[in-house]
Design a binder for this molecule. Structure first.
Ligand code: AHR
Length: 678
């Protein structure tokens, strides 16, 4: 590796002087000998911001796809799975899984018909209760009925309240017990009765109860039982914890993990999920807005599960807003994985996209803006980034369809940033765009070497959006994969004059449905942990909007190192910080000498803040529910610091060094320069 990476500008005089100083320094201090014996390296950091370049203020974000039950049974806190009984399709009788009956067939029978009061999801559950409260045909003591185990068990916690809503109809009076119980029906964690006269439930009626749990059980179920002989219909049954993030329906623990990495944008709702294996299963945003009971839901045929679309277009926009992230909407551009719409027939799809933009951005008295306003958000959402399709480039009608979308959208919303999914890094695009998608799915070793992927790219033309990157041979998310990813991200930081945005894929995995392994955040009904790759992302949380500084790395033998330095300002306290990140992707430890030069003002003195290391005994180590912090950043303080710092980099490690470069006038005490103490 040369002293200066090819794309970097010539070093200012101060760097050269520093280099000479360093060489004389190390030889006077017998360091030359050490350099020959051990793996060693020298990182020269020019801390002058003038020598670097600003990083896009939206460089690092997240990509949410409805994969691995990331949303249904994940981020969306709904506990009931298949709440509208639609998962079995529109033809009845249909399967009602994962609903099941309580009581054998001589007591109770559950079937479906199309008698729902909701026009877009006509299927309802018909429950024939054959037993009665007394006599020869008495029901079992606990009653008979139906239960729903949620998504691999509901997490019910002592002292928390759950809102259960359902729709019911019967020609008789009803006396129902609504309870949250253990997975076999006991213990009872919370229970309430719903009693209504025949006239009250003759037509479909919405019922609501609040249940407060008296005990905790991570594998619970919702039961609706009775011991009255009659026929009862149920539809749209929901159980939501009252404790959700900002009360908006997102699971708090998962949201906290997202907030922690400070994503600057949210790309949603997929991926291939957007377009479907077949077009009939694509994500049609209009079917996902409005009252939850009226949404038809759809089969996610790419990742093979039903979704009630509770996490719909509105909720995604709200999610972005709550994270302080720019929404990036991917809509289907007339392609499923297996089909495509011919360009002359694309106009209804263009209309659908324009209507979606009006829903997000239109005045609250516009046709679609009013739907958004009625959902509780009169203020428009800041939707400016839109992606025309996902991985459709090269299809026969791609260019034709793309241009129809592009022209119509630019005309109606000139400030939109349009993202093409043709990778323009290998060849010039044959259509206009503001950004283009690059997807990187590769081995850890190749991901590491791709840190230099963008070094030689032309600096003109549309910007790069690495909207999906993932290591495919990293087990369920191991240390090696995370280090390769860290190196890749350092490469993106360094090339952030051309790379504008980047996000990892996939974001979430419910441990019960791993369609794609090596995800950032793993969870089940009650547990959660970050993979090493997630923790790597946390070290890049301050990079967006920072300044990438000029650095040069010289090593004696290893090419397994990559490093970057940024200067960033904390908007909370106005302090300026310097962060140096180094990946050691090799099996040897490395003596790294860091020389900090070129500060903008002589009056600035550095204070060491902290050193964080992400490593583990073996590069294949992973986190698990049993050991969620096996590979976890270990942070230690740096008491004082000089402008030459020696660091020992462990084998297979990621190291982040944080310095306070310029305290704000609030006056954080400065620590005088002294010799390095690391
Ligand atoms: O991230 C999983 C899938 O990989 C995405 O849906 C798709 O865009 C890519 O091929």
């Amino acid at each position: 590796m040369g002293l200066l990476p090819p794309k970097q500008r010539a070093p200012p005089a101060v760097l050269l002087q520093s280099a000479l100083f360093f060489i004389s320094f190390v030889c006077r201090h017998s360091f030359c000998l050490e350099v020959e014996k051990n793996q060693s390296a020298w990182l020269l950091v020019n801390a002058s911001r003038a020598s670097g370049h600003p990083i896009s203020d939206r460089l690092f974000g997240i990509f949410f796809e409805e994969i691995n039950h990331a949303g249904a049974g994940g981020l969306w806190a709904e506990l009931v799975n298949n709440r509208g009984f639609e998962a079995g399709g529109p033809n009845t009788p249909s399967y009602i899984s994962p609903w099941s009956t309580i009581g054998n067939e001589s007591y109770v029978m559950a079937s479906t018909d199309r008698s729902s009061c909701f026009d877009l999801n006509k299927v309802a559950l018909r429950l024939d209760v054959l037993c009665d409260d007394k006599g020869d045909n008495a029901c079992p003591a606990d009653g008979v009925g139906i239960y729903n185990p949620g998504f691999w068990g509901m997490n019910i916690e002592k002292g928390k309240t759950y809102k259960v809503v359902f729709h019911v109809r019967s020609s008789d009076s009803v006396n129902l017990s609504i309870s949250l119980t253990g997975s076999s029906g006991s213990p009872v964690l919370a229970s309430a009765s719903v009693i209504a006269s025949a006239s009250d439930v003759l037509n479909w009626t919405k019922m609501e109860v609040r249940l407060e749990a008296t005990a905790t059980n991570h594998n619970s179920r919702l039961q609706i039982t009775t011991n009255q002989q009659e026929v009862i219909w149920f539809d749209q049954v929901s159980a939501m914890p009252e404790d959700t993030y900002l009360g908006h329906g997102f699971r708090s623990d998962l949201m906290q993990m997202l907030a922690q990495i400070k994503p600057k944008f949210l790309r949603f709702p997929g991926g291939d999920y957007v377009k479907g294996e077949w077009l009939q299963n694509a994500f049609h945003w209009k079917d996902t807005v409005g009252p939850w009971e009226e949404r038809p839901g759809h089969y996610n045929d790419v990742w093979n599960y039903w979704t009630d679309d509770a996490l719909g277009f509105f909720e995604f926009l709200q999610l972005a807003e709550e994270l302080g992230a720019l929404p990036v909407w991917v809509f289907h551009s007339g392609f499923s994985i297996r089909e495509e719409i011919e360009t002359p027939n694309i106009h209804p799809f263009v209309r659908e996209a324009l209507d979606g933009l009006e829903f997000a951005r239109g005045d609250s008295d516009s046709t679609w803006g009013s739907v958004r306003a009625n959902m509780g958000h009169p203020k428009p959402f800041d939707l400016r980034y839109i992606a025309i399709g996902n991985q459709d480039c090269g299809r026969k009608n791609y260019r034709g369809n793309y241009l129809e979308f592009y022209n119509a959208i630019k005309q109606a919303y000139p400030d939109t940033q349009v993202i093409s999914n043709c990778d323009g890094s290998s060849q010039k695009l044959d259509h206009p765009s503001d950004l283009y998608d690059v997807h990187v799915y590769t081995s850890a070793n190749n991901m590491f070497s791709m840190a230099h992927q963008f070094d030689q790219m032309p600096r003109t033309g549309p910007k790069v959006f690495v909207s999906e990157y993932a290591v495919t041979d990293g087990g369920k998310g191991n240390l090696l994969a995370a280090l390769a990813q860290a190196a890749f991200l350092i490469g993106l930081e360094k090339n952030s004059d051309i790379v504008d945005m980047a996000s990892n894929a996939p974001l979430f995995v419910n441990a019960n449905d791993r369609s794609f392994s090596n995800d950032a955040i793993v969870f089940d009904s009650s547990q959660i942990y970050g993979t090493p790759g997630y923790w790597v992302q946390s070290f890049f949380a301050e990079s967006s909007g920072a300044t990438i500084l000029s650095t040069s790395l010289q090593t004696n033998s290893t090419s397994s190192l990559i490093a970057s330095a940024i200067s960033w300002q904390d908007s909370d306290n106005q302090n300026t910080y310097l962060r140096i990140k180094v990946v050691n992707y090799g099996s040897n430890s490395v003596n790294l000498k860091i020389s900090l030069r070129g500060f903008d003002s002589n009056s600035i003195k550095l204070s060491g803040l902290s050193k964080s290391i992400l490593t583990s005994a073996h590069p294949t180590d992973e986190n698990t529910f049993q050991e969620p912090q096996k590979v976890f950043p270990k942070k230690s303080p740096l008491r004082s610091i000089s402008k030459d710092v020696d660091v020992l980099l462990s084998p297979y490690s990621f190291t982040s060094l944080d310095f306070l470069e310029k305290p704000s006038i609030l006056g954080i005490p400065r620590i005088e320069e002294s010799s390095a103490d690391m």
